[in-house]
Design a protein around this ligand. Structure first.
Ligand SMILES: [Zn+2]
Ligand SMILES: [Zn+2]
Length: 74
């Protein structure tokens, strides 16, 4: 695979991450839709609200999930 430019910050990336949604190459920092302000983000968000908790990408849902599990530990 050839090095590519991160579509967000323009850095050269040896092993680019391809966004599952917009299919653009990104560096490790910007591979998540939230991190590169993915053009599909509004669609992803809409989906998330449509089917709650089905998509987990370490987004804002994460802290809520931890709280949820803490209840069971104690
Ligand atoms: Zn980047
Ligand atoms: Zn994207």
């Amino acid at each position: 695979m050839l090095p590519e430019k991160c579509a967000y910050c323009g850095d050269m990336v040896d092993i680019p991450f391809e966004c599952n949604y917009c299919k653009d190459p990104f560096c490790a920092e910007h591979r998540l839709p939230e991190d590169h302000r993915c053009v599909k983000l509004t669609q992803i968000r809409a989906k998330k609200f449509g089917q709650r908790g089905v998509i987990r990408d370490g987004g804002p849902n994460d802290s809520g999930l931890k709280k949820f599990f803490r209840k069971f530990k104690t």
